[in-house]
Ligand binder design. Structure first.
Ligand code: PMP
Length: 447
């Protein structure tokens, strides 16, 4: 028997090999076709094999693919940073490029700490975060992540974060409902700051709409306005982790723009190059850069591939393409269409408890009992069953987590490329419906 050399996500489990992709479809070595209903890991926002992007990538490769960041800058990196500054809200005018969302989170953590150091506040080093969150797999970013399964093995290496509850209205941590709850989940930030002491806290980080750890948990209106107000009052920076939600995914260029809130930093990844090459970024406000510019004039971080011209040119082509084809507006409109179709499906399902999200980032949470919203037994691994069954049916969806106990509940994300057509969305819904019916049949709960 042929042995494995590649360490796969689950070692020795068989994974299909993909041969090529075209539009919203991927084709494996045996010729099987998959509708990419999750853009991989909510990444391939333009779909596969887009000619304009490939052309721009080739053009840059012919010029220069790599120069080292401390020796030279390049036109693609400078142009991309300027493009991001023009797209970003408020005074978020500076960008530091890295290679993955995790590194972008780490960079934001370091910049937050450095900002306070430059202002002479050396004790402000803690970064607060929420449960049911994911900010990356590296130790610093994982420390901030409220994703219990991913933290579990590394707890001894992790900082004590995260500290506050998510704005999870479907299972309100306070057993209240909006608006009479008075946004207690946002008030929790203030209580945490008071307990720990604002003199120790550099920043608070949150995903505007939760991704992997909560399947598109979307806060009620006023939540982020309150968070901003609390951060301002206690001199705490606010970092929006938009690795999954940024670059038009939710129908705005940045998801935080759905609310009237100005972050001090935005963390980007995934959709920035739409998966064509690795690139991520930490976008920083003038206000945060000011003491650094007049102080040490250097961000104490960086990687060999930071700001590499190949990825910068790719991201520039992606952002140009998005503008040319009005994909932010498309995500908004298509999101409404898809959400509506999925909500219709919910009425005939015996396991879909909640559907939520914005634009083309839609989360679906599964429950075993409609009266008390009881999740399925964790041992059943229902999320995995659904994702695998969908894949058998030729549909790719993204496994997520749900449930107030952290990751004890089941949920998936549906987030197709923003270029998906109405016909392809109909196909997605019909494949998803087939999958859910098959799982319900297996559980003996079909109606
Ligand atoms: N933040 C968020 C919100 C994410 O969704 C992810 C990836 N799922 C990350 C950070 C980490 O990004 P990467 O996998 O590129 O390190």
């Amino acid at each position: 028997m042929k042995r494995d050399y590649l360490i796969k996500p689950v070692i020795n489990e068989s994974y299909k090999q993909i041969s090529y992709g075209s539009g919203v479809y991927l084709y494996d070595k045996d010729g099987k076709k998959y509708l990419d209903g999750s853009s991989g890991a909510v990444t391939c926002s333009l779909g596969h094999g887009v000619k304009e992007i490939i052309k721009a990538m080739n053009k840059q490769a012919e010029k220069v693919s790599f120069v080292y960041r401390s020796q030279f800058t390049t036109e693609p990196a400078e142009k991309l940073a300027e493009t991001i500054a023009k797209l970003a809200p408020a005074d978020l005018n500076w960008t530091f490029f890295v290679n993955s969302g995790s590194e972008a989170t780490e960079t934001a953590m370091k910049i937050a700490i450095q900002y306070w150091q430059e202002r002479g506040q050396y004790r402000k080093t803690k970064i607060l975060s929420r449960w049911m969150s994911y900010h990356g797999i590296t130790i610093g970013a994982l420390s901030l992540s409220g994703h219990t399964d991913r933290r579990y093995r590394f707890v001894p290496l992790l900082d004590e974060n995260p500290v506050i509850s998510p704005p999870y209205c479907y299972r309100c941590p306070y057993n209240e409902s909006f608006p009479s709850c008075g946004l207690q989940c946002a008030n929790e930030l203030e209580r945490a700051i008071k307990r720990i002491g604002k003199d120790h806290i550099a920043a608070f980080i949150a995903e505007p709409i939760v991704g992997a750890a909560g399947a598109a948990i979307t806060p009620p209106d006023g939540y982020y306005e309150k968070i901003r107000e609390v951060c301002d009052r206690h001199e705490v920076l606010f970092i929006a982790d938009e690795v999954m939600t940024g670059i038009a995914r939710t129908g705005k260029m940045f998801a935080i723009e759905h609310w009237n809130t100005r972050p001090d930093m935005i963390v980007l990844g995934k959709g920035l190059t739409a998966g064509y090459t690795p690139l991520a970024a930490t976008v920083v406000s003038d206000r945060v850069m000011e003491p650094i510019l007049s102080g040490s004039k250097q961000i104490m971080s960086g990687h060999t591939y930071s700001a590499n011209p190949q990825s910068a040119a790719t991201a520039q082509a992606v952002l140009d393409y998005m503008k040319d084809y009005s994909l932010t507006e498309a995500a908004r409109e298509k999101g409404k269409y898809l959400l509506n179709k999925l909500q219709h499906l919910q009425t005939s399902s015996n396991m879909i408890g909640d559907i939520r999200g914005k634009g083309l980032l839609i989360g679906i949470e599964f429950i075993s009992n409609f009266k008390n919203k009881q999740p399925f037994n964790k041992q059943m691994n229902v999320t995995n069953m659904i994702v695998k069954q969908a894949q058998l049916n030729g549909l790719l969806i993204y496994p997520s987590a749900a449930g107030i106990e952290g990751d004890s509940g089941d949920a998936v994300l549906i987030a197709p490329p923003l270029t998906i057509t109405e016909l392809e969305m109909d196909e997605l819904v019909s494949l998803f419906k087939k999958t859910i019916k098959e799982i319900e049949n297996q559980f003996g709960i079909s109606s």
